[in-house]
Design a protein. Structure first.
Length: 297
């Protein structure tokens, strides 16, 4: 219907890249249809939810890093102009995506705001072509996390935890008999090969469990090697979202620190900036879990 050429990358990864090619009008029409489809899905999911406020539609664009400077503008002037003229939230990631020279640009808002925002981003990209060769981001297949609740093993698929074969459940039970729990927040042990989960509400061993109902507690499992060396990752978060990550008197950020085992520092607000820097330090697994929990908030 849009007249654009649309390619979707293979499906054995947690993320998939949708590439839209064609004249600008065809691209805008395709983006409009995608944005309205996402909004329809949000509306449908809210009919079974107790939430009162409707979350915005969110798209994550993959943009060559050499074009991100033009998109941000001098002192952030261009990105501020795009935010103000479209009403969309726009966030350019500080780091390049793994094994690539591209960065993620996250857009959220109403479908109309997103379409106007994509138009303006396309204009900037046409005016400032990429410099040098671009190494495209390609999501890697991820090993599916295995989690445990009520003595049953589950794997994560989308927003649900699906029951896993009995062998893993038995392995987990054996590990739990041999190993005591680590106190929450203790960072010395290696991040576990499994996490133990408690599930709120009624236990249903054969049914899929919604992920919102799951609480994660790190544990030690026997026979694990020493933890890999610590590294550091930085995120930038809009000021208007930082409160929900910190929580009242720091309760939420402390919870994320305890669950992930990572050290998390939030920079003080700087005058004139609409963003706050978050620095996460720990093993790659600690950092990944901390990022996941921050995004979930």
């Amino acid at each position: 219907q849009s007249g654009a050429r649309i390619n979707i990358s293979e499906g054995n990864c947690p993320e998939r890249i949708v590439t839209i090619t064609g004249p600008t009008d065809a691209i805008f029409k395709a983006f409009a249809m995608i944005a309205y489809k996402f909004e329809e899905d949000i509306t449908n999911s809210m009919s079974n939810s107790t939430a009162t406020s409707k979350p915005p539609v969110t798209l994550r664009l993959v943009v060559p890093a050499s074009q991100c400077g033009s998109l941000i503008g001098k002192g952030g002037s261009k990105i501020k102009e795009i935010r103000e003229s479209t009403g969309a939230q726009v966030q350019v990631a500080g780091d390049m995506l793994p094994n690539s020279t591209e960065r993620a640009v996250t857009i959220s808002g109403t479908p109309d705001a997103i379409i106007q925002c994509v138009k303006q981003i396309c204009v900037v990209m046409l005016e400032s072509p990429p410099k040098g060769a671009t190494i495209p981001y390609r999501p890697k297949p991820a090993s599916t996390p295995v989690i445990f609740a009520g003595g049953q093993a589950y794997t994560i698929q989308g927003q649900y935890a699906i029951p896993h074969p009995d062998q893993l459940t038995k392995l987990h039970q054996l590990a739990m008999q041999q190993t005591p729990f680590t106190p929450l927040g203790q960072t010395t042990p290696a991040f576990p090969a499994f996490a133990v989960l408690t599930v709120a509400g009624k236990q249903r061993s054969s049914a899929a469990l919604p992920l919102q109902a799951i609480t994660i507690f790190p544990c030690i499992c026997p026979g694990l090697d020493a933890s890999p060396p610590a590294s550091t990752h930085e995120l930038t978060i809009p000021n208007d979202l930082i409160g929900c990550i910190i929580g009242r008197q720091g309760t939420k950020i402390n919870e994320i620190r305890q669950m992930s085992g990572a050290q998390i520092k939030i920079a003080n607000a700087t005058e004139g900036s609409s963003e706050r820097q978050i620095t996460i330090t720990g093993t790659p697994a600690n950092i990944s879990l901390a990022q996941y929990l921050i995004n979930a908030r």
